[in-house]
Every structure is written in C-alpha cells, then in structure tokens.
Design a protein around this ligand. Sequence first.
Ligand code: ADP
Ligand code: ASP
Ligand code: MG
Length: 424
Amino acid sequence: MALIVHKYGGTSMGSPERIRNVAKRVAKWVRAGHQLVVVPSAMSGETNRLLGLAKELSPATSTPELLRELDMIASTGEQVSSGLLAIALQAEGVPSVSYAGWQVAIATDSSFTKARIESIDGERVRGDLAAGKVVVITGFQGVDSQGHITTLGRGGSDTSAVAVAAALHADECLIYTDVDGVYTTDPRIVPDARRLTSISFEEMLEMASLGSKVLQIRSVEFAGKYRVRLRVLSSFTPWDIDITEEAKSGTLITFEEDEKMEQAVVSGIAFNRDEAKISLMGVTDKPGIAHLILGPVAEANIDVDVIIQNVSHDGRTDFSFTVHRNDFARTMDLLKTQVVPATGATAVIGDAKICKVSIVGIGMRSHVGVASRMFSVLSQEGINIQMITTSEIKTSVVIDEKYMELAVRALHKAFDLDQPPVAA
Ligand code: ADP
Ligand code: ASP
Ligand code: MG
C-alpha cells in the first residue's frame, strides 16, 4: 500500500462528466490498495470568470484590501470542484471528504494572490486516511496567521499538491493534466514537440521559471526541497487503463543526473509573454546607480527579471530591465515620479510587446557554443535580440513578441528537439 497524491487541473475537472471520470480513476487506485489524497483545481475558466466579476466592480489593481477580496473570491472555484469530486467519489462507493485550505490547515504568509505555503498540518488528513477515506483538498488556497483566505498565484494547485505530498511524506505525487507529460516545448506552439520520459529536476525548475506553465515553479521548488517523487501525466487516457501502465506513463522529474535517459545538449525551449521592458535613457553613470533605479522598484514589491546596463558615453548610460506585465504601469509611474528626478534620466521608454525565449539543458554545462548557435538561428530568421541573459544551464533572449512563435519553432528544429535523442 502506498500513499499517493493526485492533482487534477482545470480542464481535467472541466465538467460533471470529467469529474466523474476523475472519480472513477481515483477509485481504481483505491481498489488497488492505495491511500489517496486528491487536489483538484477549479473547473476550467472558473478562476478567470470569478476574477473577471471582481474587475467589473473595481478598476483598482492592487490595493491590499482589494487583493484580500480577490483571494476570497478566487478560492471559491476550488471549493466547488472539491465538493463535487467528493460527491462523485461517494457515488462510486468510495468514502471521501473534502476540505478547504483553512480546514486542513495549509498555513501561508499574507501575500494575497501570491502567498507562500509555510506549513501544513497533516493530522486531520492522516486521521481520515486511516479511517479509509479519500481526502480531497482544495488546490490553490491556504490561510494566513490572521485567518484570511489566501491564494498561491495562478497555477498554484500544482504547488498545493506537491506541498501536501511533502507534508504527508507521500510515496508519489501525480500531476494529471491535459497533456501526457512534459514536452520539449509547449505542444500547442510546436506540434512536433516530443514528450520527455524524464526530465532532471534542475531543467524542470528552469523550464517552469522561464514560462512553461505545465508546472508552477513553486511546485518544482517544493519537490526539490522535500524530494517528492513527481510525475506529470494525462487525465485524458481512459480511466480504466491498466494501473501499472498508468503509473509509468507521462514524464518523471528525476533528481539523479545518471537517471536522465535523454542526454541532449538542449532539452527544452520555454517562452514567456508575461513580461514588459522598461528603459531609462541617459542616466548618470556613477556608483550606486543600479540601486537608485531598482531600490524603489524592490520596495514596491515588484520583481525584476532581465537587467542590462549599456556602456556609458560622456558619463551617461541607458539602463533597461523587465518586469511582469501586470506590474508594468505601476513601475512606469514609479520611475517617472521617483527615479527620474533622482537619476537625472532624460527619458523613460516602456515596451509591453516583448517576450522572452529560452533554451534549457544541463548539457549546456559541458558544451560550448550553444548560446552562439541560438543567436545565429535567430539572426537567420531576421529576429533582433534586445536583451540576453544566461546561466549555467539556460540562455534567454528578449525579442519582439510578434516573433515568438517563429523563434520557438526555429530553435526547436535547429537543436533537433523534434528528433528522438541519440542514446548516451
Ligand atoms: P492544468 O489545468 O492541468 O494545470 P495547465 O494549462 O496549467 O494545465 O498546464 C498544461 C499546459 O501547459 C498544456 O496544455 C500545454 O499547453 C502547456 N505547456 C507549456 N509548456 C509545456 C511543456 N514544455 N510541456 C507540456 N505542456 C506545456
Ligand atoms: N484555479 C487556479 C488558476 O486558474 C489554480 C490552478 O488551476 O492551478 O490559476
Ligand atoms: Mg496548471
């Protein structure tokens, strides 16, 4: 007997029929002798619908009071799907109970709309499991120390599931979704993308942080920190397929490099259209300038991603950086009111129509010339690179948003990601 956590995404929970299928699949695992905790997302489209209702009533974006209410509203989507799944399980003859985050409790900090899980009390859940029940726990939500409901950021049910698996020392966490695993890139953009049977934890972390929405980044961080065995697989296979076959399907996130079966230099391509670029022109080039510019941005709790400072001419330089598009307007305001006067900048230029495309692979550690190959492929397509950033196992470029799909397809082909890997 194993303790297994299943997570089902929005599409997998998208209708009563699909919820019934999820219940039948879970029942199959229970009948095979396992203890099951299930973490569902809201039904597809529901979180957007709920947040859309709030937007109709308030044009404000991010006052603390508003953010608190957004979490109050958005968290209800998961509450509905959890209750529905518990009912569907009971209809299958499987004893089951559902809990909201605060009932478990899943304790978080108070950063409404992007809260971090601090601890999970497993006692109640363990009691139910021991009593033979399947426990359904809402994804995406928790509760802060004041009893306020919080949510974990979009896609946060992945993180709920992995954190629950870590807290309960589960044997495995299975993330059921609408694709049958992690691909070399988003199969919606590149139909030739290939499913990876395994991907190293480090590569998955980079892919998720660089925009691959198949797993929320924090779920991968949790898996790494607590060594949770994590697998991404399809919820659209027939529910009654052989359980042994199902348990081996999809993509396993591995922690051992040796276990990595596919030794390509570049393992995957990620992209992100959620960023915006801001340039401050003609700032005085003197010690402390980066702090003068980015200090107020950090104080406003705005995350900065790529940063570039140009070579200076006549004591002046241009300084560019990217932020999340949701923070674009706020950052522009802040620069104009606080930073321009302090730095003597001659202009602030904003561009929200950019995207970041990244190649990822642990093979990049031991191979030279991979980044320059990327630049050459992009130049052959006539794509201008606006910013570059690299780390040991990734190279990212910021380009005009309109070239995103072209860039991803060209790179996918150039690095042979559409071909089966050569055995190592
Ligand atoms: P869920 O609702 O199940 O959480 P998501 O929409 O959050 O599903 O994540 C699954 C989607 O992630 C897929 O439909 C796919 O379009 C997208 N995706 C992006 N990058 C990848 C990738 N490298 N491999 C697989 N899917 C990816
Ligand atoms: N329902 C939430 C969202 O749409 C959380 C999730 O699906 O993981 O972002
Ligand atoms: Mg998701």
